[in-house]
Design a protein around this ligand. Structure first.
Ligand SMILES: Nc1ncnc2c1ncn2[C@@H]1O[C@H](COP(=O)(O)OP(=O)(O)OP(=O)(O)O)[C@@H](O)[C@H]1O
Length: 594
């Protein structure tokens, strides 16, 4: 076999594996969306009972009206009169019951599903989510997860109910006139196949496209709103708005086509229902037991003919749900694929998972956690020593490591500068040290391998101030308090003073001043200082500062670094990531990345 053929074969095997894995992920989300039989079956049974009552009501009414026309003594009609009332009441009661029970089950399952998806997402953040657009991610978590409630309500239940009612109705008609039952069965199969095939041909691709289009639209709208200033300055707003208008038009077209498919399917169902009624008439009339026509074996009387002629109408009303359910199924599957795309059952290997500490862990694991937590507490008190040897870090989905062969030692009071050109892997090291990313090699905190510790304990010891610190659209007070909820206003003012923001806070009117969405009302340097104030309040023994001077000018950079290193205090170990020069007297060691 040639090398090219082998490469092609391995690529197609890889694609097949990836597609099988995607399908398995989608199935696992669908399983999460389907309520357990205990809460699903009662609704299903009520639905079947309601639908059967609807068919029985029409059959009974048809029989009653036709029989009454023959003017028999009233006692021959009384059972049917009772039957009509019972079926009418029963139909409404069972429909009500079905709605209440099945929606209750579906909503409970929806809550469990949302929680399940959120639980899957948690370990991925932030490194495993950096590839997903924020608007799209939100749409997947809200709209797509919401759409998954249609699986029990508008797919599984209508399919089972319709099939069961159709089969039972055919059996019922068979007991009156087998030929009419066969005609009804043929029409049902034909209606189902035709309705599904035609509505599928018209609307399937649109039904699958709606969820992704919705996500992309949300993403693009959010991006434009968030970056209005940049888009305006580069005169790129109109192009982006035109792109959004185009997406909107695509979504509208897809929704219209979906409606067209539903309309087509409804008209086919009506057409075939009419054909079934006609067939019942054509087959039933010759079998009528007419006066003077002589006794026929199994001959029909008038009321029975009315029953077999009208029952198909009621059956098709229920049966119309099948092609509709298949349409909804396509949308549900598309939504499940999208949810599975961001919330895989298996965490990618590049993202660390606690060895112990998941919610299902047993008593022994709890004991282990306690022991490790005690160890971690000890580290906080003593001031830990970080020993990193031959560390290598890879981002999810990347074949090559972002950085490798990194070794250093950091102890209380150290100020280590990590320098290197853009893309050298400085941030990747920071993410590994706070366990957002997994690592190979060794990373020990006071002799304990970090992967043996619960992640949150590592993060109690090692704190990260990110390059673009996240500020909440709240007051300065709230932006600090979440680092230490018990801090008083005096504590907050003292720490703001430590990071050089006392004057600015007073100018702004105190701790109640707002910082704007993502810190829009503060400068880059002030945002960094607030982030450092937070870290000081949280009292991390080891502090990683990722490019604190990235958003300030050269004149201010020096002052900012001095201020925040001073604010960090002498006891704390600081790892300062910077690709701009830092005065030698401010650092005790440096690590240069190529
Ligand atoms: N979320 C991500 N997903 C995939 N690859 C990433 C991600 N973030 C960074 N990388 C890649 O990892 C490598 C190292 O990036 P990193 O951000 O660690 O560099 P850096 O030295 O901090 O750069 P800078 O000084 O520009 O911040 C780069 O090749 C980058 O493209």
């Amino acid at each position: 076999m040639s090398e090219t053929t082998m490469t092609a074969a391995s690529a197609s095997a890889h694609a097949a594996n990836a597609s099988a894995a995607r399908k398995a992920e989608t199935r696992s989300i669908l399983r999460l969306a389907q309520p357990r039989p205990r809460s699903f079956v009662p609704g299903l049974l009520a639905g079947v009972a309601g639908a059967l009552m609807a068919v029985a009501l029409l059959a009974c009414s048809a029989w009653l009206i036709t029989r009454a026309a023959e003017q028999p003594p009233i006692m021959f009609l009384s059972m049917a009169v009772v039957g009509v009332r019972a079926f009418a009441l029963g139909r409404s009661a069972f429909r009500y019951l079905e709605r209440v029970v099945s929606h209750d089950g579906a909503f409970r399952q929806l809550a469990a599903l949302r929680l399940g998806v959120f639980r899957r997402l948690l370990p991925l953040a932030p490194a495993g989510l950096s590839g997903a657009g924020r608007g799209d991610l939100l749409t997947r978590l809200v709209r797509d997860v919401d759409d998954l409630q249609d699986l029990p309500l508008r797919v599984v239940q209508p399919l089972l109910t319709s099939l069961l009612v159709a089969v039972l109705s055919v059996v019922g008609v068979w007991l009156i006139l087998p030929a009419a039952a066969i005609a009804l069965a043929v029409c049902l199969v034909l209606g189902g196949l035709l309705g599904t095939a035609l509505s599928g041909a018209v609307a399937a691709s649109s039904e699958r496209a709606i969820a992704p289009l919705r996500g992309k639209l949300s993403n693009d709208v959010l991006e434009v709103v968030e970056n209005l200033d940049v888009l305006r300055s580069f005169d790129a707003l109109d192009t982006r708005l035109a792109g959004i208008a185009d997406l909107d038009a695509q979504l509208r077209r897809a929704t219209l086509r979906r409606a067209l498919g539903s309309g087509l399917q409804a008209s086919i169902t009506s057409l075939v229902a009419g054909a079934a009624t006609l067939a019942a008439l054509v087959l039933g009339i010759p079998a009528l037991d007419l006066p003077g026509a002589g006794a026929m074996l199994g001959a029909l009387n008038g009321p029975a003919l009315a029953v077999i002629v009208l029952v198909p109408m009621a059956v098709f009303e229920v049966f119309a749900a099948i092609p509709a359910a298949l349409g909804v199924w396509r949308q549900v599957r598309a939504s499940a694929e999208r949810v599975a795309g961001v919330a895989p059952a298996e965490v990618p290997v590049e993202i660390p998972v606690d060895v112990v500490g998941d919610a299902d862990a047993g008593e022994q694991s709890d004991a282990q956690i306690d022991a490790l937590t005690a160890q971690a507490d000890a580290l906080r008190v003593l001031g830990p020593v970080l020993e990193v040897a031959d560390l290598s870090v890879r981002w999810p989905g990347q074949s090559a490591p972002a950085v490798s062969g990194v070794s250093f030692r950091l102890q209380p009071g150290d100020r280590m500068l990590v320098a290197g050109p853009s893309g050298a892997g400085k941030t990747s090291i920071a993410h590994a040290l706070v366990r957002f990313l997994d690592y190979s090699g060794s990373y020990r905190i006071d002799g304990i391998e970090a992967r043996e510790l619960p992640q949150h304990e590592v993060r109690r010891v090692v704190g990260l101030c990110e390059q673009r610190p996240w500020l909440f659209d709240e007051s300065i007070r709230q932006n600090l308090l979440f680092a230490r909820e018990t801090a008083t206003d005096d504590d907050l003012l003292a720490v703001l003073d430590r990071v050089g923001l006392a004057g600015w806070t007073a100018e702004r009117g105190g701790l109640d001043a707002r910082v704007g969405q993502r810190g829009a009302l503060v400068s880059g340097g002030q945002a960094q200082r607030i982030a450092v104030a937070r870290a000081v309040l949280a009292d991390f023994p080891v502090l990683i500062l990722d490019e604190p001077t990235a958003n300030v000018d050269v004149q201010q950079a020096d002052r900012l670094v001095r201020d925040i290193l001073q604010a960090a205090g002498d006891e704390r170990a600081v790892l300062l990531i910077s690709h701009t020069p830092v005065p030698a007297e401010l650092i005790t060691a440096r690590l240069d990345l190529a």
